[in-house]
Design a protein around this ligand. Structure first.
Ligand code: PLP
Length: 477
């Protein structure tokens, strides 16, 4: 078999057998062969080095191959790589639980899993089963938000945005989710009104705090989270923060909940937890949630237990990562980076972005920017397309990254799609437990060209249009 440095033998012989993530294999180019990594760089088989701006889907927070994490993992590997968590205990996992509880106090109970999606699944199971255990089995619906992304498993797909998300083939499966717009300062209390009408059936409210990352880096204010906290308290519903993407200083503070000053009942963390070395995520719950599972009856225990739960190697890696977060004065580093980016991105002002210095903080800043940056985004998308056709670019793009989000938004604008569902329509959807469009003829979508997405590892791929009309053809719950 003829090989080139760009396509080493292992890539050629393995490629016919590997099913890649989010990949349209019929059209996707061969992935880049990575043979090493250091700092922020990936080393390719042909000797080229690329800066991985996506940090392996937001995990490699300390850079690749950090010697401290490697040392902790190596040391653990020699002693005990793994032992089942049921009825057995390992030191790295127990010490990590204590450490995470200290970081997330007053949340105190840590449940380990292997991926972010599964951690959200477990959080949902905690919410639903807690009410079941309390004799309120009717409370099993979950409130979530437009543009959300919480993972790829069946229940987490149901939580992700049915319009801009990528899971419409699975609509109606999984959990009974109610999608609401993220509460905004100017919604006149519409969120509370909509929530009140369903709260008696709701077990939990799930949100990515401060930033909806995969759904297009959409920011909201801390006040939004305070409103959610208040509404959940009023109706006795658990508030769940999905900090898988926002955790570990990605919003400036260690966790977005710190920045917002809001304590949820359950939080999920993952990604940078191990600094991008080994798969590990965790669900951290309050004692009030945990107490719902205490009983003389065995079946009231939380019904979950993955084989690799509390894997000792992954927990050792997490200790290494937490050491670095603690040592490195990360908050100051993030602030320095923020200042640097503000300075360097100042050039974008000429393309319609608001002056960084005058920009209000966080959500307001982003919304303000969103109102001004259409032309700039349009231009940058056109440039992306040009560069994409030239070859190496965006190969490392994240799932539903900026570019993909832009494609969808731009397409909607170009084709004049209706705006997002209004609260009035939402009320209808919420109260009828189904889409108000159920039973209607699907709106015309035939003949539409598929949207082009930029996905990880594969450059451009083609996916079916995720437009509103497609959703109308699939009744939601
Ligand atoms: C907010 C959020 N939740 C859940 C997930 C799913 O995590 P994983 O890919 O580890 O299953 C992601 C992944 O991007 C995410 O951004």
């Amino acid at each position: 078999m003829a090989t080139s440095p760009r396509d080493p033998a292992w890539l050629r012989s393995g490629a016919p057998h590997v099913w890649r993530p989010y990949c349209q294999h019929q059209t996707a180019p061969t992935p880049l062969a990575v043979v090493g990594a250091h700092g922020s760089r990936l080393v390719l088989a042909d000797g080229r080095e690329l800066v991985d701006g996506v940090a392996s889907w937001w995990t490699a927070a300390h850079g690749y191959n950090h010697p401290h994490i490697a040392a902790r993992v190596e040391e653990q590997l020699r002693r005990l790589p793994h032992v089942a968590f049921g009825g057995l205990a390992n030191e790295p996992a127990y010490a990590l639980a204590e450490r995470l509880a200290a970081l997330l106090a007053p949340l105190s109970r840590v449940f380990f899993v292997e991926s972010g999606s599964v951690s959200v699944e477990v959080a949902l199971k905690m919410a639903v089963q807690s009410f079941h255990n309390r004799g309120e089995p009717r409370r099993r619906r979950i409130v979530c938000f437009e543009n959300a992304y919480h993972g790829d498993t069946l229940a987490t797909m149901a939580l992700s945005d049915p319009v801009s998300g990528m899971h419409h083939a699975f609509a109606g499966m999984g959990i009974d989710a109610i999608h609401l717009p993220v509460p905004r300062a100017d919604d006149g209390g519409a969120f509370e009104e909509a929530f009140r009408s369903v709260a008696g059936e709701v077990a939990g409210v799930v949100i990515e705090p401060l930033v909806q990352c995969a759904g297009g880096m959409r920011f909201h204010e801390p006040e939004t989270l305070q409103r959610l906290r208040h509404a959940c308290d009023e109706h006795g519903v658990w508030l769940i923060f999905d900090e898988i993407a926002t955790g570990f200083f990605r919003t400036g503070a260690r966790f977005a909940l710190d920045a917002a000053g809001v304590v949820p009942d359950i939080v999920t963390i993952g990604k940078a937890l191990t600094g991008g070395t080994l798969p590990l995520a965790a669900v951290v719950a309050s004692e009030a949630v945990f107490a719902c599972f205490l009983s003389e009856q065995a079946d009231r225990a939380l019904q979950h237990g993955p084989t690799y739960m509390g894997n000792a190697l992954a927990c050792a890696a997490a200790h290494g990562s937490l050491d670095l977060f603690e040592r490195g004065d990360f908050a100051a580093r993030v602030a320095r980076l923020e200042a640097l980016l503000r300075g360097r991105l100042g050039a974008l002002r000429t393309r319609g972005l608001p002056p960084a210095a005058a920009a209000p903080p966080c959500g307001r800043r982003l919304r303000h920017a969103a109102a001004h940056d259409r032309r700039a985004r349009h231009e940058s998308t056109a440039r992306r397309h040009r560069r994409r056709s030239r070859g190496v670019r965006h190969e490392l793009g994240g799932r539903l990254d900026w570019a993909a989000g832009d494609s969808v938004r731009l397409r909607r604008r170009r084709e004049g799609y209706a705006s997002r569902p209004s609260f009035a329509r939402l009320h209808q959807r919420v109260n009828h437990r189904s889409s108000p469009r159920r039973g209607r003829e699907p709106a015309p979508c035939a003949g539409r060209q598929p949207v082009r997405f930029i996905t990880a590892g594969g450059g451009a791929v083609v996916a079916p249009s995720r437009s509103r009309p497609m959703r109308s053809a699939t009744p939601s719950r």
